[in-house]
Design a protein around this ligand. Structure first.
Ligand SMILES: [Zn+2]
Length: 459
């Protein structure tokens, strides 16, 4: 049984890049002390595949939809209808509202709650953590790293703090975020030499931890992958030409009729005022009648859109076909007309979530049935959810500097992540969900697994 857990969150690490670097011998300590004696798993993250919401499966064993945190930005239609100036009417975790993330996790338990000594390092998500390491430097140097595009100082602090923590703390949980892979991927590309150097920096961290591995569960895992991006669609601007649309940072326009809330820039929630006002969901049929679906489908940057119809099904639409997902009594049903937008190419008649994952691995959209179902569970989920095609994102203005890497979408390169654990986990599956890691950690540490999780222990 493990007394101590060190979780290094490699923000934005791609499954294939991590594997390639291992193969080329660029991560020798990771290979020798984690992968070889332990396990390397192909993980499937949640939708949206973006920082913050995609930490929740690891930390809470729940999908972002279950926790009603369906994106990096969202709008709560019920609260917005009552008082659009309410603090909880809409949110962006990208700016000063980032500190509200922990409050938005409400009473859900996180891994921090299970250990008497728990700490975060450079994580905006840390509800229940007893200590926030390098707190002052977090405030001071993080914005500077962002502004000057230099993450060396932050990585030096991460190195120093981890070195100290492994020596001093004998029992507990540390959740440390290595942000430079994501940051350099956005700035240059997921394959730029500075991005790759950040993977190699992780190997240096593991060198510090290796002498202290006794009774310690060490996990290296990513929350999402990233795709290179060349073109940006101004989705908010497009909606705005049709209906007055609010979006960050322009959220105070008078009498808005629509809202656009983008995540990772590869995914966006769209909300529409309808004949009953703002409080209720606008259904697919109404949006179709108004021409919104057609307008969106014409955009080269959009891969698919999804929304709820009058029958309670999730409609998934592409230019040449439409699919319908129904979730009933723990089973998933799916049919389509035209070309199958999700790539199953067959009707699905009542399969469980495990089978849903397995079947989806042969399509371009990992875990599509379960992931679309979970996000529409959130009250704050958009009337429409938009997923961008690879090579595109959904935010043209206000993203300074310009982004050359994107995540958030429900596509393989953004959904597959590496998960390396320094102990054997006998999993005979092609891929597992990141949400299964939370109960697995608890079991490894001899802790009781709470009821009602979205994830299942892997052993
Ligand atoms: Zn990012």
């Amino acid at each position: 049984m493990f007394k101590r857990v060190i979780f290094l969150l490699l923000d934005g690490a791609r499954w294939d890049v991590f594997n390639q670097l291992l193969k080329e011998g660029c991560l020798p300590t990771v290979e020798k002390y984690i992968v070889n004696p332990g396990t390397l798993l192909k993980g499937v993250t949640c939708f949206p595949s973006t920082t913050g919401p995609a930490y929740l499966p690891y930390l809470c064993g729940l999908f972002p939809g279950t926790m009603n945190i369906p994106g990096v930005r969202w709008l709560d239609k019920k609260i917005f209808a009552r008082n659009r100036l309410s603090r909880d009417a809409l949110r962006s975790y990208m700016g000063h509202e980032a500190f509200l993330f922990n409050q938005d996790m409400e009473n859900f338990l996180a891994l921090f709650d299970f250990f008497s000594h728990s700490a975060t390092l450079f994580s905006r998500v840390g509800k229940g953590a007893k200590i926030c390491l390098a707190r002052k430097e977090n405030f001071l140097f993080y914005p500077l790293a962002h502004y000057f595009h230099n993450w060396d100082r932050i990585n030096k602090i991460v190195h120093r703090e981890i070195k100290k923590w492994v020596r001093e703390v004998k029992e507990g949980f540390l959740f440390a975020v290595i942000a430079s892979i994501d940051a350099y991927s956005h700035l240059y590309s997921p394959f730029h030499h500075k991005t790759l150097k950040s993977y190699i920096f992780v190997n240096k961290l593991v060198v510090e931890i290796v002498p202290y591995l006794k009774d310690t569960l060490l996990i290296l895992a990513s929350d999402h992958g990233l795709s290179p991006t060349k073109k940006h669609l101004d989705l908010a601007g497009l909606i705005n030409t049709y209906k007055r649309c609010i979006y960050y940072p322009l959220i105070f326009k008078p009498k808005p009729k629509a809202a656009e809330m983008v995540s990772g820039n590869g995914m966006s929630h769209l909300y529409f005022k309808n004949s009953k006002g703002w409080a209720e969901r606008t259904l697919w049929e109404e949006l179709e009648k108004e021409g919104i679906i057609k307008l969106l489908m014409k955009q080269q940057a959009i891969d698919f859109i999804a929304g709820l119809n009058e029958k309670g099904e999730i409609v998934v639409s592409k230019i040449d076909g439409e699919g319908r997902i129904l979730y009933k009594e723990d089973k998933f049903y799916y049919n389509f007309s035209g070309k199958d937008p999700l790539g199953f190419n067959q009707e699905i008649n009542g399969i469980c979530s495990e089978e849903g994952l397995f079947k989806s691995l042969k399509t371009p959209y990992p875990d599509s049935l379960v992931q679309l179902t979970q996000i529409f569970k959130a009250e704050r989920c958009g009337d429409l959810v938009v997923s961008a095609k690879e090579g595109f994102d959904l935010r043209a203005h206000w993203e300074i500097p310009e982004h050359y890497g994107t995540h958030g979408a429900l596509v393989a390169n953004q959904m597959f992540v590496p998960i390396a654990i320094n102990t054997k986990v006998n999993v005979n599956k092609e891929a597992i969900r990141t949400v299964d890691i939370f109960p697995t950690i608890l079991r490894f540490c001899g802790k009781k697994i709470p009821e009602g999780l979205d994830g299942r222990s892997l052993y």
